[in-house]
Design a protein around this ligand. Structure first.
Ligand SMILES: [Zn+2]
Length: 138
């Protein structure tokens, strides 16, 4: 079945992220001046404005910062409602928005802020593997 949801465009600057994703690795930009990781990728560090950015392989571990149950969506996502979106506190720093897997959107009271999650990748096409986060079972 063809992937029917929006696929982010890839750019030269974000190539390390997409190359890593194809191998199941979460690559994050880190400032070589202040050592802070930031998400989303930027040419200039949002903390210290340095342009010395490197890419690191992240642990793929994080925790739920907050979440919301989505009941309306367009396009391919409309076929998945209800589903849960979340902001993930990345172990290395900063936050990533995601669609959260492994949770029941019909029982949001069971989703715990601070719960451990792990990244996984879903192939949208041959070139683009997208990160999603899944609840780690206790
Ligand atoms: Zn910096």
């Amino acid at each position: 079945m063809d992937y029917n949801k929006p696929i982010p465009p890839q750019g030269q600057y974000t190539k390390p992220f997409w190359d890593g994703a194809k191998e199941g690795k979460l690559m994050l930009p880190r400032c070589m001046n202040c050592n802070r990781v930031h998400w989303y990728p930027r040419l200039i560090c949002p903390s210290c404005h340095s342009m010395d950015i490197e890419w690191i392989e992240a642990s793929g571990e994080g925790t739920i910062y907050t979440y919301a149950v989505q009941h309306r969506a367009f396009g391919g996502w409309g076929e998945e409602v209800p589903y849960v979106t979340a902001y993930i506190d990345l172990k290395e720093g900063d936050r990533m928005m995601t669609v959260l897997r492994g949770v029941d959107p019909g029982k949001p009271e069971d989703i715990r802020i601070g719960a451990e999650v792990r990244v996984e990748f879903e192939a949208a096409n041959e070139e683009t593997h997208l990160p999603f986060w899944r609840l780690v079972e206790d």
